[in-house]
Design a protein around this ligand. Structure first.
Ligand code: ACO
Length: 323
């Protein structure tokens, strides 16, 4: 079987930090409450004159430098994002132009926090067919633009960032399996309502609130734990694997308590569920590649890795890969 293997990973987070102490100054919250309920201490916030494509470009340049890759080899570029630079053209086209990439199959995919896993699976399929040989999969979001700084039910969670992986054909292993699914019935519990064709931003009828990310935290929390645990279990079963066979679990970084609850539900040994939420918060489609990128020194060739995500839609799933 021809697999699609990850042969490079890169990341970028903005310099500017928004700490819990910064949030204490704008709403009724505390560092102690946020750390206890979420595990987050700070998040990164993108400068106002930059956009999602700028972070993605820096992440791709980081990958190219670290792994000695030639960007002119890239034949497809998939960008998972809920916060494109603009409705049209795709952010993937803007990134390609900024990097001087010609002749790339480039487009965006929106599956919210599950976007990276969705895009990874699609990119793996492209490589497995043999028609594409060097495919970049980006997860990037500038979600701070959509967070109401005064709303303590969301401002504590989210930050900006971009991560990217390079996929190439391999006979030895790579993306082994993926289970991805969705339930649009969950859309009312986690949403940014305005800005699309249903509620255009410029329409006078739009209340300011609708421009911002809104969620029912408790409902999202419950579904996130259940859905990610179920997806991982399904992937393990159909590959005749036990959780003990998995070297690393890389869950979407939404809340440390969600990560811990998924780890407990799967019974994964202590320390095997990777996390970097403390200093980045939830970067939406970027969390999984950024978490691998920041923990890369721990991961060895041949390790079995389970990725799992849950996000707006609801959309969720799990992917299994041999590093
Ligand atoms: N600071 C201080 N106190 C707070 C804060 C805050 N930021 N937020 C809520 N509280 C108070 C509440 O008013 C409540 O007070 P009360 O007991 O006097 O009524 C108490 O703290 C508990 O509030 P809960 O809402 O029950 O807190 P919870 O433990 O559920 O934590 C949180 C809230 C952090 C939002 C949690 O529900 C969560 O993380 N949910 C998942 C959200 C998520 O991950 N969303 C993104 C998913 S991925 C994607 O696609 C974007």
């Amino acid at each position: 079987r021809q697999y699609a293997a990850i042969t490079g990973i890169g990341g970028y987070v903005p310099q500017s930090k928004r700490t819990n102490y910064d949030l204490e100054k704008v709403c009724d919250t505390s560092d102690e409450w946020i750390v206890k309920r979420t595990g987050i201490k700070e998040r990164r916030i993108l400068e106002h004159d930059l956009a999602t494509s700028d972070m993605a470009v820096k992440a791709i340049q980081d990958l190219a430098l670290q792994y000695n890759k030639n960007l002119s080899d890239v034949d497809a570029l998939l960008v998972a994002t809920s916060t494109p630079d603009m409705p049209m053209p795709a952010t993937a086209n803007i990134i390609a132009e900024k990097l001087g990439l010609r002749n790339v199959w480039a487009f965006d995919m929106n599956a919210a926090c599950s976007g990276f896993l969705y895009a990874l699976d699609m990119a793996a399929s492209l490589v497995e067919t043999g028609r594409y040989k060097n495919v970049l999969v980006v997860g990037a979001d500038n979600i701070s633009r959509y967070v109401n700084i005064y709303d303590r039910s969301t401002n504590i969670l989210f930050g900006d960032g971009a991560g990217v992986v390079w996929l190439e054909p391999s006979q030895e292993g790579g993306i082994m399996d993926a289970y991805l699914t969705s339930n649009g019935g969950g859309r009312e519990f986690l949403t940014i309502e305005a800005g699309g064709s249903l509620y255009p931003i410029e329409a006078n009828a739009i209340e300011t609130e609708s421009r911002y990310l809104r969620q029912d935290g408790k409902t999202v929390f419950k579904h996130a734990v259940q859905s990610m645990s179920d997806a991982c279990t399904k992937v393990l079963h159909r590959n005749n694997l036990q959780i003990a066979d998995v070297n690393w679990l890389v869950p979407h970084q939404a809340n440390q308590r969600i990560i811990d609850a998924v780890g407990r539900s799967l019974n994964i040994p202590e320390g095997r569920a990777l996390s970097n939420i403390e200093y980045l918060g939830n970067t939406i489609a970027a969390t999984i590649p950024l978490c691998i990128w920041q923990n890369i020194k721990q991961i060895n060739t041949g390790d079995l890795i389970m990725l799992t995500a849950f996000g707006a839609g609801f959309s969720w799933g799990a992917s299994l890969l041999r590093w």
